[in-house]
Each structure stands twice: as C-alpha cells, then as structure tokens.
Design a protein around this ligand. Structure first.
Ligand code: 0RA
Length: 637
C-alpha cells in the first residue's frame, strides 16, 4: 500500500466515507451530544475497548493522558488491534477497525463486552469526529502506526520497529467544528475512570493531565472491587459492619458481584451496573437484589424471634434505611431498555441474581448471628419510624387528592393549571413573599413563602421530616407526593425556582431545600425542574438611569464607566428591600431575569457532598470547608 492510494475510490472507500460522513453529519446519533457529555464520551468509548480487553483477561493497565495540546491518548497493554490483512477488505485490519463503522467489535470470540447505552459504537466513530487521530499497535513482534484526519487515513499503516510487547495506543484531537467546546474536564474523566477501576477489580487505570505546568496524576487500582467502592461511598461516615459485605459468583454465564454496608444516616444509596454501565433506571438485577435482601432479612428476623407471628414483615425500605449497596453484573447480551436506555431488561438475570444473593448472603447471615441481629434491629427501628410517619404522610397525601381547594393557605397559586407553562417561586420570608406575590404574573407564576427554617433532612427520619410544616406545605404545593408515592408526572409546575436572599441565611435555606430535593425528589433535579433565582446585589443610579448588578466584580467596572460623581449605590441585603416592581423587573420576569438551572454532573459525588455538608460528622466537614473555602465566590461576611 502506498500514499498514492489515497483519493482512489473503490467501492470499499466509498462505503467507508459514507459511514463516517453519516457520523460527521449527525454526531449526536452516535455519541449522544456535541456538548461536554459527547466530548467525554469519546475518551470513554476508546477506554471501553481497553476495558473489554481487560475483561477478556488480556489487559491489566490502562492509561489516559491529556496532552499539552488537549489531545488525549489512551494506552493499554492488551493484545493490540490486529494488523494483518483483513480477509474481506484486503487491507490491514487495523485500518478496517479504525475506519469502518461497527467494525470495532471483536471478531468472534465473545466476552462480557461493554456494549449498550451510548457506548460500544466503535473507535471509528471517535475517529470520524476527530480533527486527527493516530494509532500505535504493538503486536506480532512489531510496532505499527497510522494517522487519520476526520476519519480518513492520511498515511498507510507503517511498521515502525520491533517489540515483544503488545498493546494499543490511540491518540485523538476532537474536531472543534463538531464540538461546542473541546476542552476536557479532569474531574469528569477522573470520576468515571475511578468508577471503572472499582467495577473491574485489580485493573490499574492511570489518569495524567499534562496541560498545566504542574502535572496531575492519579492511579486507580482496587483489589476489593465494588467493596472498595462501597467503602469509598461511605468514607467519613460511621459504618456497620466495619468491612463491607461482599459476594461474587458466576452462574449460568452471568457474573454477579454485590457489596453492602450500613452507615448511620437515613438515606438509601443503591447503584446498579450491567457490563460496567450504570443502570440508573434499575432493571431485573436491581429488583432481584432488593427482593432477595428483603426476603432474607425477614426470614432471619422471624428465626431470631425479632418479628413475632402477629407482626407484619419489614418492608424493603425499612431494610434499606442507611444502606449503601452496589450490584454489578456482567452478561453476554445485555438488553438496555427505558427512556434513557439504562434499565436492564434481561429476564433470565432475575433468577440468577436471586439465587446468588440468597445462597451467598444467606450463608453470611447464617454464619454471623450478631450481624444478622444488628441488621434486623436496624430494620425494626426503621419500621417503627415508618409507622409513626404514616400519619403525617397521610396528611400530605389526602391534600393531594383534594386538588386546589385544599392547597396550603400560604401558597399564592397561579391561574393556569397547565404545568408546562407554570412556575413556582419558593421565597424566603413573608415580606419578600409579599413583594413576590404582588410583583409576579399571576397567570402562570405561583409563590410559596417559607416562614421558618426548613428541617435538615440529612439528619432526620421521614417521620420527623413530615412533621415539619414547611416541608408538608412544599410537598402539597408541588403535587408529586414523596417517597414511594412520588410521581414526577404530577408536578404542578415545570419550573420550581428557589429565591432566597444573597446572604448566609439565604444560602443556608437554599442548601436545605436542595438537600431535600436531592434526597426525596431526585428526579426533579435530573429532569431539570429545579432552578435558582438570581436577585441583583446592587442598584446603581445616576441621573435618570438605573443599573442592576448581579456580581460583585461588575460594580467597580461600572463605576469606572459612568464615573463616581452623582452616582448612588444601593446594596440589596435582602429580597425584601425591593418593591414588587423592582423584584419583577430584576428577578421574576422571564424576559429580563436570569435563573440558574440546578444540574448534577455526578450523582455519586453529589451524594458525598450533601452528606458531608449536611450530615452528622463535624470534623470531615470542617476539613472540606477549609480546603474549599478558597474556591468560594461571593462569600459575604
Ligand atoms: C479488534 C479485535 C481484537 C482486539 C481489538 C479490536 C482491540 C481494540 C482496542 C481499542 C483500544 N484498545 C484495544 N485493544 C484491542 C481482538 C484481537 C485478538 O483476537 O487477538
């Protein structure tokens, strides 16, 4: 093969161009989006191929390196992409894998491949959306190399020397005419690579960032697999038992791994995975895990005499209070279903996971009576609290059923009953609430003033939370219900906007509200229903002109522009200092306001931060605040 071949279009060439052209025309169809998510998917797509090699038992180390020029290299010590002539295409298999859609998969020889969701589209897709890509393969005692631009080879496959090692190095530079922004975020890469290292125990994943003068490097390697993951999730918490419970077993071609541990909090944190993909919507493996757990604990509670004959069984939620658990399975042909294709549908998995957990976790409980007793005791306490909360919960439930007429008195509802156009402002304090009520457009904007402080849900059980009047009012106004009753479809307002003062108290109330939404109405956050209002910090007046400023930095700039003489500056300490018209103009009117959508980049990290900031332990919180205080903007004193 020679360079001259380029530009000669035989039918193979045309097929390739059509395939890759399709990717470049509709990149989102292949990588999900052309935003940050899609950009980082490129790295994970290549890494998944290396992980496949690891799962097949041929690769022990993967390195991801962000280069100075913002290109990324993924280096593994797997078998290397085959380089010999492809029997059908009559050219190097390496070029075939890199340039033909869906040719990335292993030919024959099936393993537990990472496939499904957006992954598994093949390295050729990454190639297609890269300004350039280079691949280096060590295999068959040689080093082979090829370069591509926008997915098209610009060199032949070259032999660059000899070696007795094997492996693949893929380097690519994303095409900035396709992506909104081509800057890689260290945190996003680090979080997913750490997760992959937990999910594939023993494997070493190295992340290097060479963009700054000072090189950053992390090594992820966990002999404990997902039990290390559970310890990580529960770090800085009081835990029981000291070491997470861990089981692993292969049954009927399905690899099942489960780990769990309690902490002293009240939330239930369960993550499920199929072939390394987080199954956010659950599925057969998660359902089987939960039901087996419930059945086993109830059986032991009966056997230990903790549940008497006339007593009802514990419910699943009783047993999962304060539980951190992970179920990870690997199967040959995962079926992903659901809105976001993150629900495992394979029906055979249900029975497999059920038997593995029943057998293995059953044996652990049997062999360890103090453990079984403690778990049952915990469930018993939770069940009592649930009974106590039932009444409080019924109050909110009944009000839901009775529609608008029974909405809380404090709520100034909007006229529209169409959630798609309706907004709810949750406002700190009665006086600001009053201004907001007068200033809003009552056709589609509702206002709910919060009088007292809302309860910190991180430190209380549901019964106590529901005894809090502010929370009950909020639940009723939103219309979704809570806990097992929660139904996002019933949300009465498409936008729920938190509007608090720009001071310490305001931040506190905002954090309390966000903690509540995260723990009890999480779908509202992932669906993008929760917003934060941005009231101005200053009003500057000169002659007949007024300016509203939303950031500290803007003040000095404006003063330089318009001059200090005859200029008056009003600093807003609270929302209450604005009259209804001002509030409308600056903060409420959709045409002139700015509101921030609350987004969650990573649920795992969010879980940790919320329990750290709002939970029981003081020392780790102090440390976190000390370490992060410098990064905080607008801290008022
Ligand atoms: C096709 C076939 C085989 C391995 C690979 C592709 C492969 C691809 C990538 C991408 C990054 N690292 C990779 N490592 C391997 C199987 C080769 C064999 O049977 O020997």
């Amino acid at each position: 093969m020679s360079d001259k071949n380029i530009g000669i279009y035989d039918e193979n060439q045309i097929q390739i161009l059509e395939g890759l052209e399709a990717v470049r025309k509709r990149p989102s169809m292949y990588i999900g989006s052309t935003g940050s998510r899609g950009l980082h998917h490129l790295v994970f797509e290549v890494v998944d191929n290396s992980i496949d090699e690891a799962m097949a038992g041929f690769c022990s180390r993967i390195e991801v390196k962000i280069n100075k020029d913002n290109s990324v290299a993924i280096i593994d010590n797997g078998r290397g992409i085959p380089v010999k002539e492809h029997p059908l295409k009559k050219k190097s298999t390496l070029e075939v894998v890199m340039t033909i859609l869906h040719a990335g998969g292993k030919f024959g020889g099936e393993g537990y491949k990472v496939a499904g969701g957006l992954h598994g589209v093949g390295v050729s897709v990454v190639n297609a959306v890269s300004a350039w890509m280079e691949v280096e393969v060590k295999r068959d005692n040689g080093i082979y190399w090829q370069r591509y631009e926008k997915g098209v080879p610009v060199t032949p496959v070259k032999n660059k020397g000899t070696t007795n090692e094997t492996g693949t190095k893929v380097t690519f530079f994303p095409d900035d005419s396709i992506f909104e922004d081509i800057t890689f975020d260290y945190q996003i890469l680090s979080q997913r690579l750490r997760e992959l290292a937990f999910l594939n125990k023993g494997i070493t994943i190295v992340l290097k960032d060479c963009r700054d003068k000072e090189e950053k490097k992390e090594i992820f390697q966990y002999e404990g697999g997902i039990s290390s993951f559970v310890s990580y999730l529960n770090r800085n918490k009081e835990v029981y038992p000291q070491e997470p419970i861990y089981i692993e077993k292969e049954l009927s071609n399905c690899w099942v791994e489960m780990s769990l541990q309690y902490n002293s909090g009240f939330s239930e944190v369960i993550y499920s995975y199929a072939n390394n993909i987080r199954t956010q919507e659950g599925g057969t493996h998660e359902a089987a895990f939960k039901s087996a757990l419930t059945r086993l604990v109830n059986e032991h509670a009966r056997r230990l005499g903790l549940l008497k004959e006339n007593q009802e069984n514990f419910q699943g939620e009783d047993i999962r209070e304060g539980l951190t658990g992970i179920i990870s399975i690997k199967i040959l042909n995962p079926q992903f279903e659901g809105q976001t294709k993150t629900r495992l549908g394979n029906t055979e998995v249900r029975g497999i996971v059920d038997s593995v957990i029943t057998e293995e976790f059953g044996a652990i409980l049997e062999q360890n009576p103090p453990l079984a007793r403690k778990i049952c005791d915990k469930a018993l306490q939770a069940a009592r609290a649930r009974e106590a909360s039932r009444k409080a919960r019924e109050l909110t439930r009944r009000k839901n059923a009775l529609e608008v007429s029974n909405l809380p008195g404090k709520l100034a509802d909007c006229t529209s009953k169409n959630p798609d156009e309706s907004e709810l402002f949750i406002v700190e304090g009665d006086s600001a609430g009053g201004s907001a009520k007068q200033g809003r457009d009552r056709n589609f904007q509702a206002v709910l003033p919060l009088r007292g402080k809302i309860i910190n849900v991180e430190k209380a059980r549901l019964d106590k939370i529901l005894a809090n009047e502010e929370i009950r009012t909020l639940i009723t106004a939103l219309g979704t219900g809570i806990g097992d009753d929660f139904d996002a479809q019933k949300l009465r307002y498409q936008k729920v906007i938190i509007m608090t003062d720009a001071d310490v108290d305001g931040s506190h109330i905002r954090t309390l509200l966000l903690t509540f939404f995260f723990r009890y109405m999480e779908p509202l956050i992932s669906r993008g229903n929760i917003y934060i209002a941005q009231p101005p910090l200053f009003k500057v007046t000169k002659n007949k002109n007024s300016y509203y400023l939303y950031r500290e930095e803007e003040l000095e700039k404006l003063m330089e522009e318009i001059g200090r003489q005859g200029t008056s500056v009003q600093r807003y300490k609270g929302l209450g200092e604005m009259n209804p018209e001002q509030l409308w103009e600056t903060t409420i009117n959709p045409k002139t306001r700015t509101i921030l959508k609350v987004e969650m980049q990573d649920a795992i990290e969010a879980n940790y931060i919320f329990s750290l900031l709002m939970g029981e332990k003081v020392e780790p919180r102090r440390k976190f605040i000390e370490e992060n205080a410098r990064a905080v903007r607008n801290l008022d004193v």
